[in-house]
Structures are given as structure tokens and as C-alpha cells.
Design a binder for this molecule. Structure first.
Ligand code: G6P
Length: 368
């Protein structure tokens, strides 16, 4: 294993650091072809123009990629999108519109619940499915009409990292492509989105360089029993993913909330023993997030804020700030996934857990 690991201590660490490359590899075909339907397979030109909606189905981290995609698909493509947890969807009498594209997201392509949910969607009347998958010729892409392979390379750490960020760029590509098909993306906007993709690996590299500062936070977290993650809009799913990573590998209880929902429950939990992580880049909801943060401070909660330079936060009593790369527009969730991965990784190291093989969890869940 040490040969494969090179300079890294764990596969998870290696995979976190491989993200600029994994993203460049995944984006390469898009930069070459533009947001072209053929990126999704031979049948795409025949199928994509007919679609009137999207239903995303996945588990775990892949499900959170789906939640992020909903924002992109509805705002960029102007298409209705719902996101389903596979193990829930397959056991309810779900309403199906044959014109809605089923999109499964799976790193392994073998997750049983996702595979069964795909079959169930077909039984319910969905006609077409797109698989976003990291493993070529695995079960789920084989059962799908359309496929987009992420090019993250083998992911060995049980907790998904590079598969997640490459799934995000695949889904962003889908959103822009659908937007083009529907005449909602101008040539100028398309060029802008391509530019955003082109600059993404560089911004992710910047985020990786924050490791020493994030490690200092993680050492504080390691002594805590609970943590709360907050975000809004596009960054709410990143808060969810941050909480999931922390739970999975450090065994610290963590939950995530959309910050506007604080006052409907979790605010009752806030005190000085509960660190509150906030994903707060300069987007349209920043002012709202700032007032949510004041609600936390007023209850004695300690804030750990990931904010870009344009967010204009400064450190103060009980407010710690790490500056993420300059705001990168709609791809900002991809960049902000990095610091929460690193936070979980170092909290786990500080607690001495088995980072690559957390207790009770499996990389690929092929049983129910
Ligand atoms: C397991 C892994 C997670 C992963 C989930 C879905 O729970 O530990 O990291 O997100 O399965 O896996 P998939 O291969 O379908 O993306």
C-alpha cells in the first residue's frame, strides 16, 4: 500500500489531493466539445430534447451531489428537478412522468438501492435514464440509456471525496447542456460557464493550500461531541456533505441545516460546546447568512466560517474565519467541498480513527 500512497498517509488524503487532476480529467471532454449532447452518450441527441423534467436518484454523498444539481438544473436549464434517496424512492408509490429523465449518481455503479430504484423507475413508467458513474461498465451504467463517466480514477477511501466533486461537474455540465437544448443558455453564457470550468481546478488547488489552517480548527473539533454545519442555497448541500464526512470518519455527531431553518429547532442546541461551521461565500444569500450567524453568536455559539475574500468577514471573539478562494460563481460548491473534507480528515486523525475504513461502513453497499 505504501507504494500506491506515495507521500500520503491515507487514501482519503491522497484522493482529496487528487481533486485538481480528477476535475481536469473529467472536464477535458467538455472543454473540447463544449456543452454538447454527445457527452452523455450516443442516444443523447435523440433523447435529451424530449425531456421535460429530471428525477435524480442516489445514496450517501452521491445524493448530496444530486441536491446541489437541483439548484443548477432548475436555474440554468429551467427544468423541474426532484432528488430522491434511492432506498426511499423504491418503496413508495412514486408518481412518474415518462418524459422525465431519471438520473442516477453512483461512484461505484453497484449500489444495490440505487440499482433497484432505477429498475423501479422504469417499472413506474420512466423511459430514459442517465447514469453518472465513476466505474466503467458497472451495473448501473449498463442498465441506462445514457451515461457520463466521471474520471476521478479509483477511489479507495470509504468516504467519498474526489468522486463527489467530479459528480458535481458532471451534473453542472448536464444542467448547462439541458439549458442549451432548451434555448435558455446564450452563446455568451455558454462561454462564461466553460471559463468557470476551466478555472475550477486552479481554485480547488487554492482551497487545498488551506490545509494548515483547517488542521488547526480540526484539532479543536476533535475534543467536541457535536457540531452543526450551516449553509444556504447552493451551499446547503455542502453543509450536509461536511456533516456527513465528519460523522463517517471522526464519529463526531454532526448535522447540517439550511441556515434560515435554525430558528425552527437547532438554535435550541447552540451553546459554547457546539462548534458551528458556516459555509459563507459571497453569493446572493450572504446577508441572510450573516444574520443567521448573529443568532448563533447571541447564544454563545462559536463560529467557524469558510468565507471568500468578497464576503468581508473579520475574526472576532468567537468567530474564526478561513478565507476560501475568490468567489467562483455557480461552481462555488465544488470549491467549498474541499475545506469540509480536510476538516473531517484532520478531526479523524486527531481522534485516531481508521480514516480509510471507518467502523461499520463499506465502500460499496451491494446489500440492502
Ligand atoms: C457508501 C459510501 C459512500 C457513498 C455511498 C453511495 O455509503 O461509503 O461514500 O457515497 O455508498 O455510493 P455510490 O457508489 O453509489 O456513489
Amino acid at each position: 500500500a505504501s507504494l500506491e500512497l506515495g507521500p500520503y498517509s491515507h487514501f482519503m488524503q491522497k484522493e482529496i489531493y487528487e481533486q485538481p487532476k480528477a476535475l481536469s480529467d473529467t472536464i477535458e471532454a467538455v472543454l473540447d466539445a463544449g456543452f454538447a449532447m454527445q457527452l452523455f452518450g450516443e442516444n443523447a441527441e435523440a433523447l435529451l430534447p424530449k425531456l421535460t423534467g429530471v428525477k435524480i436518484i442516489a445514496c450517501g454523498t452521491s445524493y448530496y451531489a444530486g441536491l446541489t444539481a437541483k439548484y443548477w438544473i432548475e436555474s440554468i436549464a429551467g427544468v423541474q428537478c426532484d432528488v430522491e434517496i434511492a432506498s426511499e424512492y423504491r418503496y413508495r408509490n412514486a408518481w412518474a412522468d415518462p418524459q422525465h429523465l431519471v438520473v442516477t449518481i453512483s461512484q461505484s455503479g453497484e449500489t444495490l438501492d440505487t440499482m433497484e430504484a432505477l429498475k423501479y423507475a422504469k417499472e413506474r413508467g420512466h423511459q430514459y435514464a442517465l447514469s453518472i458513474c465513476n466505474v466503467r461498465e458497472s451495473a448501473i451504467p449498463r442498465a441506462s440509456e445514457l451515461v457520463f463517466y466521471t474520471r476521478a480514477g479509483a477511489e479507495i477511501g470509504v468516504a467519498s471525496t474526489k468522486a463527489f466533486t467530479t459528480q458535481l461537474v458532471a451534473l453542472f455540465t448536464l444542467a448547462v447542456t439541458l439549458g442549451k437544448v432548451r434555448g435558455r443558455v446564450s452563446a455568451e453564457q455558454e462561454a462564461g460557464y466553460l471559463d468557470d470550468l476551466r478555472h475550477l481546478p486552479g481554485s480547488v488547488q487554492h482551497a487545498l493550500n488551506l490545509e494548515p489552517q483547517i488542521k488547526a480548527w480540526a484539532d479543536k473539533f476533535a475534543a467536541k461531541d457535536h457540531a452543526l454545519f450551516l449553509g444556504r442555497g447552493l451551499h446547503y448541500p455542502i453543509a450536509l456533505e461536511g456533516a456527513l464526512k465528519l460523522k463517517e470518519i471522526s464519529y463526531i455527531h454532526a448535522e447540517a441545516y439550511p441556515a434560515g431553518e435554525l430558528k425552527h429547532g437547532p438554535l435550541a442546541l447552540v451553546d459554547s460546546a457546539m462548534p458551528v461551521v458556516v459555509i459563507a461565500p459571497n453569493d446572493s444569500l450572504l446577508e441572510k447568512v450573516k444574520s443567521n450567524m448573529q443568532e448563533v453568536r447571541a447564544r454563545g455559539g462559536e463560529l467557524f466560517v469558510f468565507a471568500d475574500a468578497d464576503s468581508h468577514f473579520s475574526e472576532s471573539e468567537g468567530v474564526h474565519v478561513i478565507r476560501t478562494p475568490r468567489h467562483v460563481g455557480v461552481l462555488s460548491p465544488v470549491v467549498h467541498a474541499i475545506p469540509v473534507q480536510i476538516l473531517a480528515y484532520h478531526a479523524a486523525l486527531a481522534r485516531g480513527t481508521d480514516v480509510d475504513k471507518p467502523r461499520n461502513l463499506a465502500k460499496s453497499v451491494t446489500v440492502e
